[in-house]
Write a protein that binds this ligand. Structure first.
Ligand code: FDA
Length: 317
């Protein structure tokens, strides 16, 4: 119930103005978001790499409403990728993009988003890294997978994201098991109707395990995005059974969530990639993180009533 309310509010402009305009919210946001600028983001990325982790960077923003805004998002990714290459980080850091940030919701938007995604992929290829196309709500699944297929004709390393909460996902997984296919499997972060999606945690978890098995038994390179011990244990045990090396798949988690576990898994020899969002447009992303765990809401409430230290106020996020 609370989860649906928070997910609903993630798309409410009035609430966005209230939350974003309240300076103390930033103390909590900085746990999940690397900062506002490319410099902030690179500082966080360097620290993760020093802990033997890898990263996928997301320039925050979704539901872009003008072509200029879509161009600005594209330019920011190009600048970021060029800096990753210049600093020699591109072998361990890739980018995650959202088609709605690249203009897919505008008129003829998927063509615009595809053009922008091509620019980002061409820059990523020159930099020596890869791109993952994030998945948004179920109304965009077909168009997003179509876009990924088109991009893969020129850039076969482009990764798709599939969401275990959707009924369709085991079928989608079976279609993404070809040699080298990169697929990120997550549970799904959006409020979806019961006509298309599992709603209970147990059903979503069951489907996650089923989909993970399909991907691990295939010939692709699965990317398991989850903080859930039971899902990770399942991945490790199926990988053992089918004789997959640790380097043939990745475990992925979000910045600020289970950071010690990220380092522990990397220490065991797993390839662990951390999703690093940055930018000023953090509201919707932040609300989805609150929705996933009511304890985060308490953390926010506490931060709002406690007096901030001078250091916390100065640091922004
Ligand atoms: P679950 O929600 O069941 O949580 C399991 C445990 O993890 C919790 O008990 C808690 O300990 C910890 N945890 C989870 N979320 C937390 C939080 N917010 N704060 C603190 N602790 C938390 N979704 C999507 O729809 N499209 C996408 O493209 C992506 N991309 C993506 C990339 C990466 C790298 C990750 C890790 C996740 C995504 N997601 C996503 C989000 C994903 O769908 C899902 O909402 C979250 O990962 C939470 O699901 P878990 O698998 O962690 O399980």
């Amino acid at each position: 119930m609370l989860k649906s309310v928070l997910l609903g509010l993630s798309r409410a402009p009035l609430m966005e103005r209230l939350v974003v305009g309240f300076p103390l919210t930033r103390r909590v946001v900085q746990r999940f978001v690397a900062g506002e600028t490319t410099d902030d983001c690179l500082r966080v990325v360097r620290a993760l790499l020093a802990s033997n982790l890898m990263a996928t960077v997301d320039f925050l923003g979704e539901d872009t409403v003008t072509v200029t805004q879509a161009d600005r998002v594209t330019d920011t990714y190009v600048e970021l990728l060029n800096r990753l290459a210049a600093e020699g980080l591109a072998d361990r850091v890739e980018v995650s993009i959202k088609l709605s940030a690249l203009g897919s919701l505008l008129k003829d938007g998927y063509e615009l988003a595809l053009d922008n995604a091509r620019v980002i992929c061409a820059t990523a290829e020159r930099a020596g890294t890869t791109v993952t196309v994030d998945m948004e709500d179920h109304t965009s699944t077909d168009a997003t997978l179509r876009t990924v297929r088109t991009l893969r004709a020129d850039y076969p390393w482009v990764a798709a994201v599939l969401q275990a909460m959707l009924f369709r996902t085991s079928t989608d997984c079976a279609e993404h098991t070809g040699q080298g296919a990169r697929v990120r499997l997550c549970k799904g972060a959006y409020a979806e109707p019961s006509e298309v999606a599992h709603r209970s945690k147990s059903a979503i978890d069951r489907n996650y395990k089923r989909c993970a098995t399909i991907l691990l038994e295939g010939a692709g390179r699965p990317l398991f995005a989850t903080h859930d011990d039971a899902m990770i244990e399942h991945v490790r045990s199926v990988a053992n059974r089918v004789d997959r090396s640790q380097s043939s798949y990745e475990l992925q988690m979000l910045l600020g969530i289970r950071s010690e576990e990220q380092r522990r898994l990397a220490g065991l020899g797993h390839q662990v990639r951390v999703y690093v969002p940055f930018g000023t447009d953090w509201y919707a992303y932040f609300m989805r993180r609150l929705a996933e765990r009511p304890a985060n809401l308490m953390f926010l409430m506490r931060a709002l009533v406690e007096r901030p230290s001078k250091k916390q106020v100065r640091s922004g996020f």
